[in-house]
Design a protein around this ligand. Structure first.
Ligand code: URP
Ligand code: ZN
Ligand code: ZN
Length: 488
């Protein structure tokens, strides 16, 4: 019997805190040893001269999520996880989305059925709470948290998803009491509705006006409000898909006060601008997502914010709709105006290669920050860090060995999603995952998938460490006791 199932030799390993040269010994799907000159393995992989990073954890993606407008998400758990794996992601956290009136238990059962025979990599679920009814708050959600669904998303916009302020307080209170993490989509719904109506009345309905209908101040106001609720309720929150300077400054201010406000941003805010929505004809619809991409100045600001630590997480927000498809970007009344175009763009497979090339190789971020943002922090934030998000003895052997290459353009025909475009077409890359391992098995080698659908496992989430109750270091001098002390 050999000591290891596999040894990755001569690895230049990056974790969120260190860079070191080592062999990696893998046994029974886990990292069993990190040391020089390991021997005794059935298989050996030589990683000399290549970066070796933890498999990516994509903390925000949408797979096979039913919609209410006649559209259809292009990727199910098979194509979505295959695409993710090719791009170096070994864990995904898509959403199990509650429509108003639905039982959360039914929603969770439905998403398990969608995932179980199809996923090629491991997955957990975030819940989307759109109907915090007494049954949900008093019974279903506490029980689901105890069963491993410890993080959920709230929307401040979209008519079929949004909560009012009072409902948000209800959910934040529940999250504090149960130690769950709340993710918030922060845009002011009434402002967007008002602007959309006015733009339509003025005949301004082309895809570009989607960005005009959701300007930065609309995101900033909602971000400020969400942070105020977090402060009031003493509950940590994560603001998702932050698009630019305005909202980031609100997060920074909350963090500077010592509040546990976390931020996530995504490739679309580093690589796209509102000008991409202005492309010829209807092409701009390919880049419609919410919040929308902003300005080149915002892009530059977001790069520096990624490097200076205001963001904890870099996710794809993969929300895949095909372009030339009556159930995609051009469904139903979409040609009548941006209001009807489904929001969301694909990005599961391109998230890591884009950030690796333009962040790490071009010197904008340190490789340790790359690992933290794309793997370690999302694993910690969502209670998966017992096994995922790092290369350490005892962790799952979820590993990416990077191939650096002469510059080449990213094209959609390289990708494995079920979407007929990538918004990042033509952007130059200099690296791609050569080998991707999931629980010690090579699932991608030189662009070839070596994994069967159904091998991916559901990961129940532990309580996230950051979601413990928080208190400003520099608290407002309350004349009365904080809510969390009066209503523990
Ligand atoms: O436009 C976006 N981001 N679509 C996906 C849904 C969401 O709000 O994350
Ligand atoms: Zn959102
Ligand atoms: Zn999303």
């Amino acid at each position: 019997m050999t000591a290891f199932d596999c040894i990755i030799r001569n690895s230049r390993v990056a974790t969120a805190s260190d860079v070191f040269e080592s062999d990696i010994g893998i046994r029974d799907g886990r990292v069993a040893a990190l040391a020089e000159n390991l021997s005794g393995a059935a298989e050996t992989i030589d990683a000399a001269g290549r970066w070796v990073t933890p498999g990516g954890v994509d903390g925000h993606c949408h797979l096979d999520q039913p919609t209410s407008d006649g559209t259809r998400m292009a990727d199910d758990f098979r194509s979505g996880t295959v695409s993710a794996a090719h791009g170096g992601t070994t864990t995904v956290i898509p959403f199990a989305c509650q429509f108003k009136g639905q039982s959360l238990n039914d929603v969770v059962a439905d998403y398990h059925a969608r995932a179980t025979d199809k996923a090629v990599i491991d997955y957990a679920f975030h819940l989307i709470i759109s109907d915090p009814s007494p049954a949900v708050l008093e019974t279903e959600l506490p029980a689901l948290i105890a069963r491993g669904y410890t993080h959920f998303k709230l929307y401040m916009t979209y008519d079929d998803m949004k909560l009012n302020d009072r409902q948000m307080l209800d959910v934040l209170e529940l999250a504090r009491r149960n130690g769950a993490m709340v993710m918030i989509h922060a845009e002011n719904s009434d402002c967007i509705g008002w602007l959309t109506d006015r733009l339509e009345q003025a005949g301004k309905t082309a895809p570009y006006y989607h960005a005009v209908s959701r300007p930065p101040v609309v995101e900033r106001e909602a971000t400020y409000r969400a942070i105020a609720f977090s402060d009031l309720m003493d509950t940590p929150i994560l603001i998702v898909h932050v698009s630019g300077r305005d909202a980031t400054e609100e997060i920074r201010r909350g963090q500077a006060r010592g509040l546990r406000i976390y931020g996530e941003t995504c490739p679309q805010y580093l690589f796209l601008t509102a000008a991409d929505l202005q492309k010829d004809g209807f092409e701009g619809a390919k880049c419609i997502c919410s919040p929308p991409p902003r300005t080149p100045a915002d892009q530059a600001y977001m790069w520096s914010a990624l490097a200076d630590g205001v963001f904890s997480i870099f996710s794809s927000d993969h929300a895949p709709f095909r372009f030339a498809d009556p159930q995609g970007k051009q469904h139903g009344r979409a040609q009548e105006g941006f209001r009807w175009v489904p929001n969301g763009i694909p990005g599961l497979e391109t998230r890591l290669p884009l950030l690796f090339t333009h962040g790490v190789l071009e010197g904008r971020i340190d490789i340790r920050d790359f690992v933290a943002l794309t793997a370690t922090n999302p694993a910690q934030m969502y209670g998966l860090d017992a096994a995922k998000g790092t290369i350490a003895v005892g962790a799952d052997a979820d590993i990416v060995i990077w191939d650096e290459k002469p510059p080449f353009p990213l094209t959609n025909d390289m990708l494995h999603h079920n979407v007929d475009y990538t918004p990042y077409e033509g952007i130059e890359l200099k690296a791609w995952p050569g080998i991707v391992m999931s629980r010690g098995a090579v699932i991608i080698r030189d662009g070839q998938l070596q994994a069967e659908p159904g091998r991916g496992r559901f990961l129940p989430s532990a309580l996230p460490a950051p979601a413990r109750p928080n208190r400003p270091e520099d608290p407002t001098p309350y004349f009365v006791e904080p809510v969390s002390e009066v209503l523990p």
